[in-house]
Write a protein that binds this ligand. Structure first.
Ligand SMILES: [Ca+2]
Ligand SMILES: [Ca+2]
Length: 332
């Protein structure tokens, strides 16, 4: 009954084009933020189906991947922070062995993919993407006042923002090739992983990898946020959304190999950028589960850098705090 209620609520939000979201959790490309023209009025799905150069590879390079041994683990939590996210209850889930990238896919890797394929991302086709207000120069913010997410006005849908120009025209990735690629949709992520012979991880694979053998711990390293008085993930310090002291060293994205790895050798499973998974959100094939939280998450507002936490976006959505890593099958 509760599930049905939640599903109906989410469906209604979609129908009425309400642009919801906190730290980018439910940003939706179909949502009308204010009085802007709707991308889906201008573009058709056919634009996404013309990728002639995207041959899928049969095999993949295991360099910089961890072999995750098959196991049964406790997925979810009985102490959900966000009930509506369906973080619980705890259930035993068995996952077969698979490989997982140690790092989020970087700008450098994505650049190579684009060079080899000529692929055009969805943000490039739609002509815009969501960017966090603080990353827009103060002098330019006023002109975007009509392009803010209604319930999360710190998100601006900005023209010209793409993976290659993360803060719009004039910005580049030249000084952050080792940072995670952002402004990529689920469809883009899927295309990339398939091209390199991999796939997106399932949510269960992702969560088991985040936990790295620890049972019912909040984070990939344990329950304390800053053991040894160190920062273990790129998240938000300060008062969200006004002040980010960047005590962890990063106001925005961090290099994909920064912060200590978990026991499975995986970096930034918590924080830095959200990561797309294969799974549908509440059986909606157009909404996909994302995991891990991002550099915008803070305990006071979006405490979603816990392994059990989850959220979603529509699969054509993109934002400045959303990326991915790929998984690979173990061949028999
Ligand atoms: Ca940070
Ligand atoms: Ca991450």
């Amino acid at each position: 009954m509760y599930l049905m209620f939640l599903y109906l609520t989410l469906t209604l939000l979609n129908i009425f084009n309400v642009c919801t979201g906190d730290c980018g959790c439910q940003l939706n490309r179909n949502a009308k933020c204010t009085n802007e023209e709707q991308p889906h009025d201008k573009y058709s799905q056919a634009l996404n189906d013309d990728d002639k150069n995207l041959k899928e590879r049969a095999d993949f390079d295991q360099t910089h991947m961890s072999l995750i041994e098959g196991a049964t683990f406790e997925m979810g939590t009985d102490k959900p922070v966000f009930e509506s996210d369906h973080e619980g209850p705890i259930r035993n889930i068995t996952v077969s062995s698979f490989y997982l990238d140690k790092y989020e896919v970087s700008n450098k890797q994505f650049s190579k993919f684009i060079e080899e394929t000529g692929y055009i991302t969805e943000a490039e086709k739609f002509g815009d993407s969501f960017i966090f207000e603080m990353l827009v120069p103060e002098s330019e913010r006023e002109q975007y006042k009509d392009f803010r997410a209604v319930q999360a006005p710190w998100w601006i849908k900005m023209k010209g923002v793409t993976w290659k120009h993360p803060e719009g025209e004039g910005s580049t990735i030249d000084d952050r090739l080792d940072h995670p690629v952002i402004h990529v949709s689920w469809n883009d992520a899927q295309k990339y992983c398939n091209f390199v012979g991999k796939r997106l991880p399932t949510e269960a694979e992702w969560e088991m990898s985040c936990r790295a053998g620890l049972k019912q711990k909040l984070y990939p390293w344990g329950n304390k946020l800053n053991p040894k008085d160190q920062h273990w993930a790129n998240i938000w310090q300060g008062d969200f959304p006004l002040t980010n002291t960047a005590e962890d060293g990063y106001l925005s994205t961090a290099p994909v190999d920064s912060f200590p790895p978990n026991k499975f050798g995986l970096h930034n499973m918590a924080g830095n950028v959200w990561e797309w998974t294969q799974d549908n959100w509440l059986n909606d094939p157009d909404a996909k589960v994302k995991k891990g939280g991002s550099y915008l998450c803070h305990e006071s507002y979006c405490w979603r850098y816990r392994c059990a936490a989850r959220s979603f976006n529509t699969k054509d959505s993109s934002a400045g705090n959303l990326g991915f890593r790929c998984a690979g099958d173990v061949k028999a």
